[in-house]
Ligand binder design. Structure first.
Ligand code: ZN
Length: 382
């Protein structure tokens, strides 16, 4: 496979285009981010935007919150630096881990904020997981849609028009760039373009048959534009106004809040501040490896190369040692969804992206996470 001469990620990476030096468009965007963007001006724009919403209702804004490093950082900034009173909203994807839950509790107490948690019906979650895995080779439809649509619906219901999200998607894909003078709205266009896998809640209801109705899938449905416009909504990504650096952000919340990292499958310890909030992230990355030939370590390495903290040779070594191992959490995943490993492999292999060709003969096993044996593994699909 062809890969980027700067960051090492392969041509199968989503939205990748190479220039004449075989450097990818995301690396080029990062050059713009680091050299051409006037971040002071962006900060001023952000501050004048939020001033319009301050003190108008019970809350100044909604902060959609997973409790991972990104949303914890944004929440910290919103409260401590911008002096806003947020309503913090979590859509629980059903796979939270213990260290993560402690981080959430600690963060909420430290910042002194009101918290709204929504936990969806796990039987419905299980049905959507298997359906989206079969159709798109991605079982996370419920998480993508719930995390993005649910806080927007709450914004409408509670009449809180300002919503503040985390990093810009321009950090890691070519869907948007850091173009001067523009800010990226986390809106319906973005939702349909790169979040819902091309499957709306109405489509999903149609796929799942008569026992699951559109009503059951309401938490995954993006609110109507006219309803959002009625409240004068503004859905902003913090990372388009402030220069984003995941590592520095993680270090800040560790130091200030006592936020802790945890072991993550397929990632070396240096990067284990990422995605520790999800039990099945290892399966998600394993699927990515089977489909596209790279895992999460390759993505983290690329980010660190772009930030000038790692060279490509050391990065390649880390990728070789960590990516592409069968995660132990796959056993948990197969059990709760009542499918066999052969069925799983048959589905995922159908979604391979050419020219990558997954080699099934030489599969190495990954290391089991320290907390896996404590996860509730009741079946959510029979
Ligand atoms: Zn690149």
């Amino acid at each position: 496979m062809k890969s980027c001469n700067n960051c090492g990620l392969p041509e199968t990476y989503e939205t990748f285009e190479f220039d004449e030096n075989q450097v990818c468009n995301v690396c080029t965007q990062h050059k713009t981010k680091n050299t051409k963007v006037d971040w002071n001006k962006k900060r001023e724009i952000f501050e004048s935007l939020i001033d319009e919403y301050r003190g108008k209702g019970d809350y100044d804004c909604i902060v959609p919150f997973s409790g991972g490093k990104d949303s914890t950082y944004v929440l910290y900034k919103v409260v401590k630096e911008h002096n806003l009173k947020p309503l913090v909203i979590s859509f629980d994807h059903g796979f939270y881990r213990d260290v993560h839950l402690k981080n959430v509790e600690r963060t909420l107490k430290f910042l002194g904020v009101d918290y709204h948690l929504f936990k969806p019906n796990m039987k419905v979650v299980g049905r959507t997981m298997l359906e989206s895995l079969k159709r798109k080779g991605d079982f996370c439809w419920h998480c993508h849609c719930g995390v993005f649509a649910y806080p927007m619906s709450m914004a409408v219901k509670l009449n809180i028009p300002l919503i503040i999200w985390g990093e810009s998607v321009a950090e890691y894909t070519g869907y948007y760039d850091f173009e001067e003078g523009k800010w990226e709205m986390q809106d319906e266009e973005a939702f349909n373009r790169h979040i819902n896998l091309g499957i709306s809640a109405e489509d999903m209801a149609g796929f799942l048959g008569s026992d699951i109705s559109e009503r059951d899938l309401r938490p995954y449905q993006y609110p109507k534009l006219k309803d959002l416009e009625k409240i004068g909504y503004k859905s902003l990504q913090y990372g388009t106004f402030f220069k984003w650096d995941s590592l520095q952000n993680a270090n800040l919340i560790k130091k200030e809040i006592g936020w802790e990292q945890d072991e993550v499958e397929g990632l070396p310890e240096e990067f284990s501040y990422e995605k520790l909030e999800c039990r099945v992230n290892g399966v998600r990355d394993w699927i990515k490896y089977i489909k596209r030939g790279f895992g999460r370590t390759a993505q983290s390495v690329a980010r660190e190369i772009r930030n000038g903290r790692l060279d490509i040779e050391d990065g390649k070594k880390m990728v070789f040692e960590n990516d592409g191992k069968r995660p132990e959490s796959l056993d948990y995943f197969l059990k709760i969804l009542s499918i066999t490993e052969d069925e799983f492999m048959d589905i995922v292999k159908k979604h391979q992206i050419s020219p990558w060709n997954f080699d099934e003969k030489n599969i190495q096993k990954g290391k089991k996470l320290h907390d896996q044996d404590s996860w509730d593994d009741s079946k959510i699909l029979k």
